[in-house]
Each structure stands twice: as structure tokens, then as C-alpha cells.
Design a protein around this ligand. Structure first.
Ligand SMILES: N=c1c2ncn([C@@H]3O[C@H](COP(=O)(O)OP(=O)(O)OP(=O)(O)O)[C@@H](O)[C@H]3O)c2ncn1[C@@H]1O[C@H](COP(=O)(O)O)[C@@H](O)[C@H]1O
Length: 107
């Protein structure tokens, strides 16, 4: 089991069996609005760290964002396999970029 699967499993377990002192259980208890707020915050923190060229901070912020996205997925009943299927399907179809739209005068 890779670390993403392991953490996601723990998140699902916290949802089913809330534990005292668990931040994940705290997020589920607060509900979807709180989880969405955290996803928004962590996303903004990734953007800020990226703008500041702070690689170490940026990697930590990605960790926070991915964790909070996983909590949101669990809240929505979406699994890692659901995402994997989408990615695998997209992987069949590459070089997807549409040709640039022609300037209006050439139409
Ligand atoms: N990967 C994470 C993880 N990443 C980030 N965080 C928490 O996310 C929070 C982000 O920090 P913030 O300052 O934005 O938030 P805060 O001030 O703590 O709280 P609020 O503002 O949300 O009220 C911190 O409390 C971090 O501890 C995480 N908490 C848990 N996990 C994993 O989730 C699993 C279950 O952990 P528990 O919930 O602690 O049992 C384990 O695998 C953990 O490693």
C-alpha cells in the first residue's frame, strides 16, 4: 500500500470511527463547509509559496492541500480508485491541445 492509500484509509477510518484528538475527525465533525474552506486556504497557500519560490514550504503546502483534498473526497464518497480511473482514461488520450483559435480577421 503506498502512502496515499494508507493516509486515505486512515481518513476513511476516522470518518467511520471518530477518535479523540484526531484533526481529521474534527474536520468531519465540523462538516463540508469547513473542509471546503480548508481546501481553499491550502490551495491559496500553495499559490503563495509558489510565487515566493520557497520550495521547501511549497512541498509542505502541497502535502496539506493533498491531505485536505482527500478529506473532501472522503466526505463526498469519492475514492482514490475513482480518480485513478479518470486518470487512466485520460492517459489513453494525449496531445489534446486544440489548435489555436484563428484571429477574427482570418475567418
Ligand atoms: N496528512 C495529514 C495532515 N496534513 C495536514 N494536517 C493538519 O492540517 C492542519 C493544517 O494546519 P492549519 O494551521 O491550516 O489548521 P489549524 O489551525 O490546525 O486548524 P483549523 O484552522 O482548521 O481549525 C494542521 O493541524 C495539520 O496537522 C494533517 N492532519 C492529518 N494528516 C494525516 O491524516 C491521518 C489521520 O490523522 P489524525 O486525524 O491526526 O488522526 C494521518 O495519516 C495523518 O498523517
Amino acid at each position: 500500500m503506498d502512502i496515499y492509500q494508507k493516509v486515505f484509509q486512515t481518513i476513511l477510518d476516522r470518518k467511520a470511527n471518530p477518535e479523540q484528538g484526531s484533526y481529521t475527525a474534527y474536520l468531519f465533525e465540523k462538516g463540508k463547509e469547513k473542509i471546503l474552506k480548508k481546501v481553499g486556504e491550502e490551495c491559496t497557500e500553495v499559490i503563495i509559496a509558489s510565487c515566493m519560490d520557497q520550495k521547501e514550504d511549497l512541498i509542505n503546502e502541497y502535502g496539506d492541500l493533498i491531505y485536505h483534498l482527500m478529506v473532501l473526497m472522503a466526505e463526498e464518497g469519492i475514492t482514490l480508485e475513482d480518480i485513478q480511473k479518470v486518470m487512466e482514461k485520460r492517459d489513453q488520450k494525449t496531445h489534446n491541445l486544440k489548435p489555436e483559435r484563428k484571429p477574427i480577421e482570418n475567418l
